[in-house]
Design a protein around this ligand. Structure first.
Ligand code: 6PG
Length: 245
């Protein structure tokens, strides 16, 4: 795997524009190469800006909507119409405004009575999807919390050691609310062809530096566990998030 690439933008707005363009470019390249594109979305504060840009011309007209399949890097264990659902966030800012066939949208099934059951079902769905996409998630969008968590993989949490054959895992007692979540596992994230860490704000600067510069210790810096053997990892940062590099 090549070293992660780092791109720094003066403002969070410029960062969102460049990230949306990157996703469009990766999606089109995947369609040209393979005819399909599997895209993993996440929650957080910046992704909605990216999603709105993708849903608005000019990018709306560049995206291969009809050939995309959508999954989630992580989800809060809440009904999918809950205001804090990552699915609802993507629905309202992106999916309701673009022509993606509804059968190609694969939310985490949070309607199961236990998060572990939802994770197990999602893991099986993802396995089937990956089998149809040559084992590859074409593009994964991830944020990073000030504590260094990515998706719902929090520092020191057992989900970081999820078995290799499991693609989604339930996370309980998460420090960021809500406490119960479902996350792609490290094994799933490492099926990515292109990973974007989208990070803004001075409160993330120390952990951005640690993830990029400290020795490998994913229990402390979960972003370090994302090392797809045949994929690219890029960090898209605003100046504040990059200020300790
Ligand atoms: C979630 C996310 C989570 C998020 C980071 C960064 O559901 O909470 O997917 O991993 O990406 O916490 O969030 P901010 O950009 O809001 O800091």
């Amino acid at each position: 795997m090549p070293e992660p690439e780092v791109f720094i933008f003066p403002t969070a707005e410029m960062l969102a524009v460049a990230t949306a363009q990157r996703i469009a470019d990766v999606a089109n390249a995947a369609i040209s190469a393979h005819g399909t594109c599997l895209l993993a979305l996440c929650g957080g504060s910046l992704p909605p800006h990216v999603y709105r840009l993708l849903a608005t011309p000019p990018l709306r007209n560049q995206m291969p909507w009809g050939s995309l399949s959508i999954i989630w890097a992580d989800e809060r264990y809440l009904p999918l119409d809950h205001p804090d659902s990552n699915y609802l966030l993507a629905r309202q800012t992106l999916l309701d405004h673009v022509p993606i066939p509804s059968g190609r949208i694969f939310p985490v099934p949070t309607n199961y009575p236990a998060a572990a059951q939802a994770a197990e079902v999602y893991s099986h769905q993802l396995r089937a999807l990956l089998d149809r996409h040559a084992g590859r998630i074409d593009s994964v969008l991830l944020g990073m919390g000030p504590d260094g968590h990515i998706a719902s993989l929090f520092p020191g949490y057992p989900a970081l050691d999820a078995p290799q054959d499991q693609l989604a895992i339930a996370v309980t007692d998460a420090p960021k609310p809500p406490p119960t979540r479902i996350s792609l596992t490290p094994a799933a994230l490492n099926c990515a062809a292109d990973v974007i860490f989208l990070v803004a704000g001075a409160d993330k600067a120390t952990k951005v530096r640690a993830a990029l510069r400290d020795p490998y210790n994913p229990q402390v810096n979960p972003a370090q566990i994302v090392r797809p053997p045949t994929g690219h990892v890029i960090w898209m940062l605003d100046a504040a998030a990059a200020s300790s590099l």
